[in-house]
Design a binder for this molecule. Structure first.
Ligand SMILES: [Zn+2]
Length: 170
């Protein structure tokens, strides 16, 4: 099972001051800027979905509007609809792949909320039973159960072969 694989993400490039030289990391991702490692799972005319490079849990995803917006109240009706549709589809895929106990879904708006990226994005974080036992803080680095690149491969297969059903399996 992938969830037994320990993955320690490296932030050493950031620590050395080698943060990608881009105005906005999410805009850079969207335009496939070579400065930024892409973990994009899917994209359409309005939004794209990316794995979090430094995930809190396996399958930690972000739904991002293509436009550089800073608040969800700036969404057009079409963007809101796209985000809702993708949320349902991704929850189905995550349910099947990881069978989590639940999810945290939400926004950080503004620096004081802990948002490290101004460009608004919706987090989808699967939650697992006993996760405190295998996610820990060691020397300031979080230890994760899975490389997000692995999640990217698994989820890409999953969403290419499924449609959002809206059904709940828990
Ligand atoms: Zn941006």
């Amino acid at each position: 099972m992938t969830r037994n694989i320990l993955f320690v993400p490296s932030k050493r490039h950031y620590v050395r001051g080698q943060r990608p030289k881009v105005d906005c990391i999410l805009c850079a991702l969207r335009r496939k800027d070579p400065e930024v490692e892409s973990l994009i799972l899917a994209a359409d005319k309005l939004v794209f979905i990316t794995l979090n490079l430094f995930p809190y849990n396996p399958g930690h995803l972000m739904i991002v509007p293509n436009r550089h917006l800073t608040d969800p109240r700036q969404y057009t009706a079409a963007e809101s609809k796209a985000i809702e549709r993708w949320t349902n589809r991704l929850l189905d895929a995550l349910d099947e792949l990881y069978e989590p106990m639940g999810y945290n879904i939400g926004y950080n708006i503004g620096a004081s909320s802990g948002a490290s990226i101004e460009h608004i994005h919706l987090h989808i974080v699967p939650r697992f039973k006993n996760e405190v036992g295998f996610i820990d803080v060691i020397g300031g680095a979080r230890v994760h159960v899975e490389d997000p690149r692995t999640a990217l491969d698994l989820l890409a297969k999953k969403i290419s072969g499924s449609r959002a059903s809206g059904k709940r399996k828990r």
